[in-house]
Ligand binder design. Structure first.
Ligand code: TRP
Length: 464
C-alpha cells in the first residue's frame, strides 16, 4: 500500500514528464476531429467564442482543481474522493465523482477507439486508394466515397477498433509513467509540424479568408441555440480531459513540489492552439472544395485527405499525419482508461487482469458505435421518449454534455467550498492573498457552478 507520501502507482519523473503526459492526454481527437465538426455544426464564430470562454473561465480553473485533488489523494478518483471526504469530515456522497468517472471512462473509450480506428484506417487508405487519383477534379468525390465505404463496413471498423484498443491496453498494462513521456516528447512536436505544413496549404486555398471569417466572426443571431452552449461547454471539458478523473489520476502521480498553476496554463494554451489550428486548416478546405461545414463527424476525414491529394509530397505527409493522429489519440486513450485501472489495482486486482477487463468492456460497448455508422445509423433506441439519436449520438451526448460538465461541477464545488483554505494554499504553494489565487478561487466558486447550471437549465428549456 502507500508508503508515506509516495502513491502505490508510482510518480512522474519530473514536472516536464507530467506536462508531456497531460498534454498528450489533452491533445487528441477532441482537437482535430471533434472541435472542427462541432464548430461546423454550430455555425462557427459565436460558438468558437463561447468555447474559448468556457476553456479559460471554466476549464482552466477546474483543471487546477482536479490536479490539486489528485495530488492530495494520491489514488484513483474513487479512492481519492473517499479519502478526502473522510479527511475533511464530509459526506461520502462525493465519491460519486469517482464512480461517474469510471463509468464515463468505459463509455468514452468505447467510441473514442472507434474514431481512432478511422485514423488508423486512413494510414492505409492514404497509401492506397487515395494515392492514385487520376485527376484532381474528382478528388472530392473519391474522398467522400472512401469515407462512406469505410464507415459503411462494420467488419473493417471492428478490425481497426480492435487494433486501437489492443494498442492502448499494451501501453497501460505496464503503468503509464516512463515510456509515455518519451513517446509524447516526439509525437507532439511532430504533429504540430505537420499541422503547420497543412496550414501552409490552407493559406494557399482561395477560401482561406472565408474559413477564418467562419471561425472568428460571430453571428449571434443564428448560431447560439441552447444546444450550442451545452456543446461548447462539453467540448471544453472533453478537450482538456476534465470531469472524469483522468487529470486527477495524472495529478496523483505528480511529485510534491511541482507548481500546479503554471503547469496548467501551459497545457491549456497548447491544447487550445492545436484546436484552433485544426479549424484554420479544415474550414478553408471545406469552403474551397464545396463541402458543407455541418457535415458532421466525418468532417476532418473528408477535408484533410483533399489537402494531401493536392499538395506536393502529399501522400507522404498524409500517411505521416494519420500515423501521428493515431498516436495522439493513443496518448489520450491511455488517460481515459487509467482511472478505471488504477481503481481496480487498488482493489487488489493484478494490473494485467484490470487491463483486460477494462479493454474488453470498452471494446464491447464500442460495437454500438461501430453499428451506428452503418446498420443502426437510423435506429433510435430512445425513440419512445422522442429522442432521435442513434447509439453513438446517445453515448456522445451522455458523456460530453452531461457526465463531464457535472463531474467538473462536482470537482469545482468540492475544491472551492468543501476543503479548507489551507489545503488549497498549501497544495498550490501560494499566499492566500495572492491575486491569481483569488481570481482562481472566485472563478471556481462562482463562475463554474453558475455557468454549468445556467447552461444546463437552459438546455432543458427552463428559460425558453
Ligand atoms: N482530451 C482528449 C482529446 O481531446 C480526450 C480525452 C482524454 C478525454 N482523456 C479524457 C476526454 C478524459 C474526457 C475525459 O482528444
Amino acid at each position: 500500500m502507500s508508503q508515506g507520501n509516495v502513491c502505490i502507482h508510482g510518480e512522474w519523473s519530473s514536472r516536464t514528464a507530467f506536462i508531456l503526459a497531460a498534454t498528450g492526454s489533452a491533445v487528441g481527437l477532441g482537437n482535430i476531429w471533434r472541435f472542427p465538426y462541432i464548430t461546423g455544426e454550430n455555425g462557427g464564430g459565436a460558438f468558437v467564442l463561447v468555447y474559448l470562454l468556457c476553456v479559460f473561465l471554466i476549464g482552466l480553473p477546474v483543471m487546477i482543481a482536479e490536479i490539486l485533488l489528485g495530488r492530495q489523494g494520491k489514488r484513483s478518483p474513487i479512492n481519492t474522493m473517499r479519502t478526502l471526504a473522510q479527511q475533511y469530515k464530509t459526506s461520502q456522497i462525493w465519491q460519486i465523482i469517482g464512480w461517474s468517472g469510471v463509468l464515463a471512462g468505459f463509455l468514452i473509450l468505447s467510441y473514442y477507439s472507434v474514431i481512432a480506428g478511422w485514423a488508423l484506417a486512413y494510414i492505409q487508405l492514404m497509401a492506397t486508394t487515395l494515392s492514385n487519383i487520376p485527376e484532381h477534379a474528382v478528388a472530392v468525390e473519391v474522398v467522400e466515397q472512401t469515407f462512406s465505404q469505410l464507415t459503411g463496413d462494420p467488419i473493417q471498423l471492428i478490425i481497426w477498433h480492435t487494433l486501437f484498443i489492443l494498442g492502448t491496453m499494451m501501453m497501460v498494462v505496464g503503468g503509464v509513467q516512463g515510456s509515455l513521456e518519451r513517446a509524447v516528447r516526439t509525437i507532439m512536436p511532430a504533429l504540430l509540424l505537420l499541422l503547420l505544413i497543412l496550414f501552409g496549404y490552407a493559406l494557399s486555398t482561395e477560401a482561406f479568408l472565408e474559413g477564418v471569417a467562419f471561425m472568428f466572426s460571430p453571428d449571434f443571431d443564428k448560431a447560439l441555440t441552447s444546444k450550442s452552449l451545452l456543446d461548447a461547454l462539453g467540448q471544453a471539458f472533453f478537450t482538456l480531459s476534465l470531469g472524469m478523473g483522468a487529470i486527477m489520476i495524472y495529478g496523483a502521480y505528480l511529485p510534491r513540489h511541482a507548481p500546479i498553476g503554471e503547469t496548467t496554463v501551459v497545457i491549456v494554451i497548447s491544447d487550445t492552439m492545436v484546436a484552433i489550428l485544426a479549424g484554420l486548416i479544415i474550414f478553408p478546405i471545406v469552403f474551397s472544395s464545396g463541402l458543407d461545414a455541418s457535415d458532421g463527424p466525418g468532417l476532418a476525414f473528408l477535408t484533410l485527405p483533399i489537402a494531401f491529394i493536392q499538395m506536393p509530397f502529399g501522400i507522404f505527409f498524409g500517411v505521416l499525419f494519420f500515423v501521428l493522429l493515431s498516436l495522439a489519440a493513443w496518448s489520450s486513450a491511455i488517460s481515459i482508461i487509467e482511472p478505471v485501472i488504477a481503481w481496480m489495482v487498488e482493489q487488489g486486482i493484478p494490473r494485467l487482469v484490470a487491463t483486460i477487463i477494462a479493454g474488453l468492456g470498452s471494446w464491447l460497448i464500442g460495437l454500438l458505435t461501430v453499428f451506428s455508422f452503418n446498420y443502426w445509423s437510423e435506429f433510435y433506441p430512445l425513440a419512445a421518449w422522442s429522442i432521435q439519436l442513434n447509439w453513438f449520438e446517445i453515448l456522445e451526448y451522455l458523456t460530453f454534455n452531461i457526465m463531464l460538465p457535472l463531474g467538473g461541477l462536482g470537482i469545482a464545488v468540492f475544491v472551492a467550498w468543501i476543503i479548507p483554505h489551507a489545503a488549497r494554499t498549501d497544495e498550490l504553494d501560494t499566499n492566500p492573498r495572492s491575486i491569481l489565487y483569488n481570481v482562481w478561487l472566485f472563478l471556481l466558486r462562482y463562475m463554474t457552478p453558475i455557468g454549468v447550471l445556467l447552461v444546463f437549465l437552459n438546455s432543458i428549456g427552463v428559460f425558453s
